[in-house]
Design a protein around this ligand. Structure first.
Ligand SMILES: Cc1ncc(COP(=O)(O)O)c(C=O)c1O
Length: 434
């Protein structure tokens, strides 16, 4: 049972007073709200000492668990030589080499401080390349916090007519509202016809190859690749989640579809602020400052912390771990076992639910038919989803609001405890809604 100390209660109250985003625990139950004390491997502890098996993993980065020894060693060894220089450094160059080695579309690389920056710069480069402004994204996809990305993402209500975009937050300039076009994910015919109809206005198409927890239908990504290539419209893969999580080549390696640009970050960040943009040389070269002197179309890319040596050396250490045989096999094995345990618990409870995604990132939906995109997922009862997360949290299993992130360091004991928690939570939920 969770025991909350006065010290932790005071910290939570202070967080609520200071931060409009508060503690960021997405729970219906204030008693489950917590403040992190520490994290190690696949576990996280709150300030009161309650322990949780962690499937939030900092919103995805910790594919090898919290405080991995290789990350700690890289952090300590590089920091002595200075933490940030703006000017390029050996660690950043080595990271660039590794990105080009592993990510199929990568011919050149730029390093940033977040995934949101990487997607933002990808869209800007596409605009310069195409000399056009509009970006097509898919309904329900999340590409970060920049103004173009906060349109028709996973928090979109209703069913606005395609390709109209709706802003997901106040504060986005009105002038941008019609600069983003929306298509349904996993519906190749609909998406291809929107792209074809708007080809003369489009700067680029951005897609999460695995959108949230919806795997691409066979042929969908290749079809989007073909139609964009046909009109010379840059295709941007947002691999902020899938990059180095689905394998060294990310989703593009797994599905065999090569985009023109790719944004990635989380899995090689070790939890440090890192975003990576990579792609075709002729498009990436648009950021070369020499072009300004040559009066060529140019897009400036800078940031005080870009190419940061600490982030780069942590990323290098993690890539070295990912390159070891067995790392991705274990990740896949853990995910497969947890997903099977979840499916078995659903079947055993008799509750109407299904599981989407891929072994290392997936979700439960409380509906009869398996959702494949944003609109079909609305058949799911969102209340049950949050309640299920709370019932798991009560048993010491932490998940993200809308997905499970798996690590390669979850143990068989973790999996066993998690599956037991699934059974208890689903039985309780079934009773509550009966
Ligand atoms: C697919 C995707 N793109 C972009 C982002 C934004 O990345 P960051 O939070 O590092 O800005 C996220 C973050 O969750 C993401 O899931």
């Amino acid at each position: 049972m969770t025991v909350r100390t006065d010290e932790e209660r005071a910290l939570i109250a202070e967080a609520e007073r200071l931060f409009p985003t508060q503690t960021r625990c997405l729970t219906f139950d204030p008693e489950l709200n917590f403040c992190v004390g520490k994290a190690k491997g696949s576990h996280i502890w709150d300030v009161s000492g309650n322990e949780y098996i962690d499937y939030l993993l900092g919103s995805g980065p910790h594919v090898l668990g919290h405080a991995h020894p290789a990350v700690l060693e890289a952090l300590c060894s590089v920091a002595e030589g200075g933490t940030s220089h703006l000017i390029i450094n050996e660690q950043a160059i080595k990271l660039g080499q590794k990105i080009v080695e592993h990510i199929p579309c990568a011919e050149m690389v730029s390093l940033h401080s977040s995934g949101s920056e990487a997607t933002f710069f990808a869209m800007r480069l596409a605009r310069v390349y195409r000399k056009r402004d509009k970006i097509l994204k898919f309904e329900g996809a999340y590409h970060g916090m920049n103004d173009y990305a906060m349109m028709s993402n996973q928090w979109t209500m209703g069913s606005p007519a395609y390709p109209s975009a709706v802003p997901n937050t106040h504060g986005i300039p009105r002038a941008l509202h019609d600069q983003v076009l929306i298509a349904p994910y996993n519906d190749l015919d609909a998406a291809a016809s929107i792209i074809a109809a708007h080809r003369d206005e489009l700067a680029g198409v951005i897609v999460e190859p695995v959108q949230r927890t919806f795997a691409p239908k066979p042929g969908f990504l290749q079809g989007i690749r073909d139609v964009t290539a046909n009109f010379d419209i840059p295709l941007i893969f947002d691999e902020v989640v899938t990059g180095f999580r689905l394998g060294l080549g990310g989703a593009q390696g797994l599905y065999g579809v090569t985009p023109d640009l790719c944004a990635t970050g989380k899995a090689i960040s070790g939890g440090l602020p890192l975003g990576v943009l990579c792609g075709r040389r002729d498009i990436m070269e648009i950021a070369n400052p020499k072009r300004r002197l040559q009066m060529l179309p140019y897009s400036m890319q800078t940031g005080t912390f870009s190419s940061n040596p600490v982030c780069a050396s942590v990323a290098l250490a993690l890539i070295a771990e990912f390159e070891k045989p067995g790392t991705y096999m274990r990740l896949e094995e853990v995910g497969t076992k947890v997903r099977k345990g979840l499916r078995d618990a659903i079947e055993h409870s008799g509750i109407e639910a299904c599981v989407t995604g891929v072994p290392s990132v997936f979700e439960i939906w409380f509906c009869k038919d398996q959702p494949y995109d944003h609109r079909s997922s609305k058949a799911s009862d969102f209340y049950k989803n949050i309640r299920f997360s709370d019932l798991l949290l009560k048993q010491g299993v932490l998940k993200a609001a809308e997905k499970f992130f798996i690590s390669a360091v979850h143990t068989d004991e973790d999996i066993e405890q998690t599956v037991t928690a699934f059974h208890i939570a689903l039985e309780q939920l079934e009773k509550e809604v009966a």
